[in-house]
Design a protein around this ligand. Structure first.
Ligand SMILES: O=C(O)CCC(=O)C(=O)O
Ligand SMILES: [Fe+2]
Length: 234
């Protein structure tokens, strides 16, 4: 338990009310947000987790012992998320708030996560951790409608290119109109609105599909953490 607490503090800093906390007076890092102009509602924060935070997050995932057998490559949790995932959600909330974009007034201004999603409780209650070996990816899809709007993906380990394609596109124009997004380790993707409903996303790691700036990306293991909120059915 103490180990767990120490790990959380190492990953996300001291979040208690402790006045003695040395991190209290440090100003939070200034995160850099990128809006993907072609796709409404798609935002990228490349420097979301520092290298040290990334390795601590990987350790926290490993401590869950979900992937002890080589055949296991996906773990899902609903409802009560592990403490590290709750902290990760809180960090996402904070990094959106700390952006220079409007998050609590006029709805017309673009911002990384619309206020109605940012302030919902809980922000996320469903978690997927995907582990991909080199060459493995995920087919083009729109996330299931059983999940609400507002999806977060944190990338760890290998870089990759995620492609977005319009749901409406005809088969002949889909390939040429795909929008590539470079996901570096520690980056955070937020999808809402059109990005979540009107665009499919995919990661094709077969040879020839993972090019960035003319270079084929050297593939390693990749881990991703996806956070979503289940739609209420009444
Ligand atoms: O691994 C990723 O980055 C994407 C995962 C994803 O799209 C999903 O689980 O729905
Ligand atoms: Fe997805």
């Amino acid at each position: 338990m103490e180990d767990n607490k120490a790990l959380l503090i190492e990953v996300f800093g001291e979040s208690s009310e402790d006045e003695q906390s040395p991190s209290k007076n440090e100003s939070p890092p200034n995160h850099c947000w990128e809006r993907i102009e072609e796709i409404e509602g798609l935002w990228l924060c490349r420097d979301f987790l520092s290298p040290q935070q990334q390795s601590s997050l990987i350790s926290a995932i490993q401590e869950e012992r979900w992937f002890t057998e080589a055949s296991h490559n996906q773990a899902m949790r609903f409802g009560d998320l592990p403490a590290w995932a709750i902290e990760l959600s809180a960090s996402i909330h904070e990094v959106v708030l700390s952006s220079n974009y409007a998050v609590d007034d006029g709805k017309d201004e673009p911002c990384p996560f619309p206020p109605d999603l940012l302030w919902r409780e809980p922000l996320f209650d469903q978690l997927i951790v995907n582990v991909y070996h080199p060459g493995e990816g995920i087919c083009a899809h729109v996330d299931l409608m059983r999940f609400e709007d507002g999806i977060a993906i944190v990338s760890l380990e290998s870089s990759c290119v995620m492609h977005f394609s319009s749901v409406e596109g005809t088969i002949s124009d889909v390939e040429s109109n795909k929008i590539p997004i470079h996901l570096t380790p520690g980056s955070l993707v937020l999808m809402s609105g059109e990005a979540r409903y009107a665009w499919k996303h995919e990661i094709n790691r077969r040879p020839g599909f993972q090019k960035w700036e003319g270079q084929e990306i050297h593939q390693r293991m990749r881990t991703s953490v996806t956070l979503r909120k289940l739609r209420q059915v009444d």
